[in-house]
Design a protein around this ligand. Structure first.
Ligand SMILES: *Cc1c(COP(=O)(O)O)cnc(C)c1O
Length: 378
């Protein structure tokens, strides 16, 4: 079944008693036992809740996973996965990483004896050089933030199998609609469902999918033990969002492609990062491996003064953090999303004081372009 159809189907057959077309919000903390030693399959909502389960089963189907798991945020999801490791373990991590993930690794998990090597994971020699006897996993983002490099999952997963490492991929920017990481050798996919999956800038949520059933059991043990689960209301909102993932993504990508080209042609824009542009270094590989290029654009303006002007003058496009929702948002990574990345690394990556990041929404494309045009004028 096509993934668009699968997404619409989430929760549809859940309530056989009433035939409700959407899964009900089971707003309950606990469940009555039918008898001693008996269970309906639900005992307590941290361990399992039907609304959350509908979402977890749904994301598992979309990713072709053994199981899916829902958490109270993307960071909670990543935290739960990092807890699979123990003190002394080492991870190889892509250097072009979401700032919050970098902060979690360096300021929290560092304190618990995990260590991390940040490398350019598109450079095979650099990945191999970072390998230590204590290395247990490689953590990448399928499409990175904010500079939109596309991970070479086939090469990295071959390296991981050769060295008995887990491959964990943050697939937030692409979602299963554009790329199913588990089909490309990834063991665990993580999502900030806050972004494209929920898609309406109205919910904070995290999702995980796991390929191997045994590993999934372990992840479930951690989810239940740590307890950062997604509540029933937010699970329902996330399901509601996922149902329209396909059409939202199509529209957002179409808009992003046009806007990226418009930016390329604008005299005040000095650089445009969008993998759908033919001169993007990963364009050809992404065209082959992904069903689309996503709807995130990063661009440099010719003078720093223009950054503040654009952030103040855009009307339709909101100056706000986050991304992936139906509303277009613009942000200044250097001082916002990526402030926790060390300065030296930011410079090397190209996250500088003229770089802006645009999350393209579903608005009319001409209206978005007009908004950018007037914001760029003196
Ligand atoms: C937003 C984001 C996260 C964190 O998710 P939250 O839902 O905000 O906790 C992780 N990774 C990426 C790529 C993100 O964009």
């Amino acid at each position: 079944m096509n993934i668009t159809t699968q997404a619409v189907q989430i929760g549809l057959e859940w309530d056989t008693r009433t035939g409700a077309v959407t899964v009900p919000i089971y707003q309950t903390a606990t469940f009555r036992h039918p008898g001693l030693g008996q269970s309906t399959g639900y005992d307590y909502s941290r361990s399992g809740n039907p609304t959350r389960q509908a979402l977890e089963d749904g994301i598992a189907r979309l990713d072709g996973a053994a199981r899916g798991f829902a958490y109270s945020s993307g960071m909670a999801a990543i935290t739960n996965i990092l807890m699979l490791f123990k003190s002394g373990d080492h991870l190889i991590v892509t250097e072009d990483l979401y700032g919050g993930t970098c902060r979690l690794f360096d300021k929290i998990f560092n304190q618990y004896g995990l260590s991390f090597s940040y490398v350019d994971t598109s450079d095979n020699a650099a990945v191999t050089a970072a390998l230590l006897p204590s290395t247990r996993a490689v953590f990448v983002e399928t499409l990175t933030n904010p500079l939109l490099k596309f991970a070479d999952l086939r090469t990295i997963s071959a390296f991981c199998s050769d060295n008995n490492l887990l491959l964990i991929a943050d697939n937030t920017f692409l979602t299963p609609y554009l790329l199913q990481p588990l089909d490309m050798g990834v063991d665990i996919a993580v999502y900030s469902a806050t972004k494209y999956l929920a898609g309406h800038n109205d919910t904070v949520a995290g999702l995980v999918t796991v390929k191997d059933p045994e590993l999934a059991e372990k992840v479930y043990f951690h989810q239940n033990s740590v307890g950062a689960v997604l509540g029933p209301q937010d699970s329902w909102l996330t399901i509601r969002g996922i149902k329209t993932l396909g059409i939202r993504m199509d529209r957002q990508q179409e808009n992003a492609g046009k806007i990226a080209q418009w930016l390329v042609d604008h005299p005040r824009i000095s650089k445009v990062y969008y993998p759908g542009l033919a001169d993007h270094p990963d364009h050809a590989r992404m065209k082959q491996d992904s069903r689309g290029f996503g709807a995130m654009i990063a661009f440099e303006v010719d003078k720093h003064e223009l950054v503040e002007q654009i952030l103040l003058k855009t009307n339709l496009i909101s100056f706000a953090e986050s991304l992936g929702g139906v509303e277009s948002l613009i942000t200044f990574p250097e001082v916002q999303t990526h402030a926790d990345i060390p300065q030296e690394l930011r410079n090397r990556l190209g996250i500088n004081n003229v770089l802006l990041r645009l999350s393209v929404g579903i608005e009319d494309c001409d209206d978005l372009i007009e908004d950018l045009r007037q914001a760029l004028e003196k």
